[in-house]
Design a protein around this ligand. Sequence first.
Ligand SMILES: C[S@@+](CC[C@H](N)C(=O)[O-])C[C@H]1O[C@@H](n2cnc3c(N)ncnc32)[C@H](O)[C@@H]1O
Length: 274
Amino acid sequence: MINRSDLENFWTRGDIHTRIHLAMSKAGLNDKSLEIEDLFPIDQYHARGIAATVDLGKRMPISENHKIIDIGCGLGGPARYFAKHFKCFVTGIDITPSFIEIGNKFNKLTSMSEHVYLQIGNGETLDFDDETFDGGYSQHVTMNIKNRKEFFLEAYRVLKKGTFFAFSEHGLGPEGNPIFPLPWADTSEMSFLMSPESTILLLKEIGFYDVQIIETSEKYISGYEKMINAKPEKVEPILGIHVIGGTTMKQRSINSMKSIKEKRTLPFEILCKK
Ligand SMILES: C[S@@+](CC[C@H](N)C(=O)[O-])C[C@H]1O[C@@H](n2cnc3c(N)ncnc32)[C@H](O)[C@@H]1O
């Protein structure tokens, strides 16, 4: 079982504060107010970046002033995008303290602090009253959740009746045995994949209904190919997922792409109702 400090090291890959500060200085973004779009290259910490967040947003029935929870919010990039796009309020929780610290700093720099608040938390034991939120989502987090039932039960508990829960993840494919290291885990100690079929059954058992699923393998394969096959002579951009994911990010992405192609994993999005 992986401990808290190994988990923090896995996600931050050393001194993430300095890496971000240096990259933003080089990109001319330090010490000035920013638009949320300026941060998309580094604050969307999942495959396909902002494109995946926009896709998830198209499926979520969020209205102005809704109170939404983001479980496993990372650096808060998706939360800022949805808060601006839908004019809603997003509370994000994440288990990695450095992500929360940096994410709240990004909220200030983009003048989004009144609409987005991030706090340290564990998706398996949410620190909110029953029926607090008008909707919730979790983007590329559940692969790390061993106690998936507790995670979904908690999401269900904090949502008001008649609202939605959406999430995207890499599910377990029919061939199994993904190739490590992966973007979400260096070894099988941190990776807990479930097939789409078992996930749907579990959600229904908990009480979610109208469970809709979309398989996203092709989109992910082409997203990874674009990133991996970027022309070698092209200089690496200053801001990119490598700033957060460190030097092994490319190899981990190659393994993730191969795992999808070989049907070891199967990425999907789910939208369901409470
Ligand atoms: C791939 S990142 C995705 C971050 C964010 N959702 C995004 O799309 O930019 C996975 C995130 O899940 C968080 N995480 C992993 N296990 C968690 C848990 N039990 N509770 C809350 N967050 C968790 C990690 O700290 C990390 O920020």
